[in-house]
Design a protein around this ligand. Structure first.
Ligand SMILES: NC(=O)C1=CN([C@@H]2O[C@H](COP(=O)(O)OP(=O)(O)OC[C@H]3O[C@@H](n4cnc5c(N)ncnc54)[C@H](OP(=O)(O)O)[C@@H]3O)[C@@H](O)[C@H]2O)C=CC1
Ligand SMILES: O=C(O)C(=O)[C@@H](O)[C@H](O)C(=O)CO
Length: 280
């Protein structure tokens, strides 16, 4: 407990991923390199970006300029919603790999299933080919519901390594996380502190007082003990450090249960069954 080392999880193809990372959604390109360098300085070794975020180039610059060996940093990106077509997916992936400029991605995800727009099984077939060609060490999905996963598992070959979904104390996603687990798919939790929405909660505030930690640390620690992979976003240097320091304490089973009980099925982001937004 006391050494505060970030734990790792072994994905279903043997690739290892740090359980804590740093998310860069809504970090402007001009601010991204400094934020990622700050996170790497604080000890993070896992960065979560996406074509949609417009900051892959700056993430890559930070990785290259960090002084760390490329193999020490785990980088995830995501296929954008306008690329649900095998040929378009191939072009989009080439642009991502070029922008990042760090060789193969460690993990590459289909960002949203986009059920009314394209056929995500065709997109996944394209991802399988890109993986076989070495563009990414592991491939996975994001925002896939149980029905989407069942179809993928029935009609394609590679079981996604992860499913990156919205999870926080107000949306604990018990059923979907259990489904992921039963299929060997790791759950990645996006908006792990609900973009700050949970931070004033009285139950969480009480547990923070009991543990001598901040509410953000308590919530991130809850994710870690559930087995979720998390990558909180912050551009505040003190919070970047605070969020990293969650491996030197443990919540009791009772504290975990009290956080579990906060589930209210309340999303901050879109419902993946209905979200079919295509960026320009
Ligand atoms: N696959 C998908 O569809 C999605 C993926 N994601 C991924 O998940 C990552 C994290 O999710 P995100 O939506 O950014 O939300 P988070 O739950 O990580 O919350 C980020 C917000 O919380 C604030 N914050 C961070 N740490 C603290 C702290 N210790 N105390 C108080 N406030 C804090 C940040 O402010 P400040 O920066 O000012 O410090 C920011 O406003 C994204 O960056 C992205 O990588 C996110 C959404 C969708
Ligand atoms: O951050 C992401 O990864 C997202 O997909 C979100 O931005 C999502 O598209 C959204 O919040 C739309 O309102």
């Amino acid at each position: 407990m006391a050494d505060n080392t970030i734990s790792e999880i072994t994905l279903n193809n043997g690739v290892r991923i740090p359980q804590l990372g740093f998310g860069v959604f809504q970090i402007a390109p001009a601010d991204t390199k400094a934020a990622v360098l700050g996170a790497l300085e604080a000890g993070y070794r896992h960065i979560d970006t996406a074509q949609m975020y417009g900051n892959e180039r700056e993430v890559g610059e930070a990785v290259r300029e960090s002084g760390l060996d490329r193999s020490e940093i785990f980088v995830t990106s995501k296929l954008n919603n306008n690329a649900h077509d095998p040929a378009v997916a191939r072009e989009a992936t080439a642009r991502s790999v070029d922008a990042l400029g760090i060789g193969a991605m460690d993990l590459y995800l289909v960002h949203w299933p986009m059920p009314a727009v394209g056929d995500y099984t065709e997109t996944w077939r394209a991802m399988e080919k890109l993986h076989a060609e070495g563009q990414a060490r592991a491939i996975g999905v994001s925002n896939f519901q149980i029905g989407h996963l069942e179809r993928l598992l029935a009609e394609t070959d590679i079981v996604p390594a992860v499913n990156q979904i919205e999870v926080h104390p107000y949306l604990s996603q018990v059923e979907l996380r259990e489904f992921n687990r039963s299929k060997g798919i790791e759950t990645e939790a996006w908006s792990p502190i609900a973009q700050g929405d949970v931070l004033g909660d009285p139950v969480l505030t009480a547990i923070a007082a009991e543990t001598g930690r901040t509410v953000a640390q308590v919530v991130l620690r809850w994710h870690i003990q559930l087995g979720n992979i998390v990558f909180p976003k912050s551009t505040t240097p003190s919070r970047i450090v605070e969020n990293r320091n969650i491996f030197d304490f443990e919540l009791t089973a009772d504290q975990v249960s009290r956080i579990d009980a906060l589930d209210a099925d309340r999303r901050r982001g879109p419902n993946p069954d209905e979200f079919n937004w295509i960026p320009e």
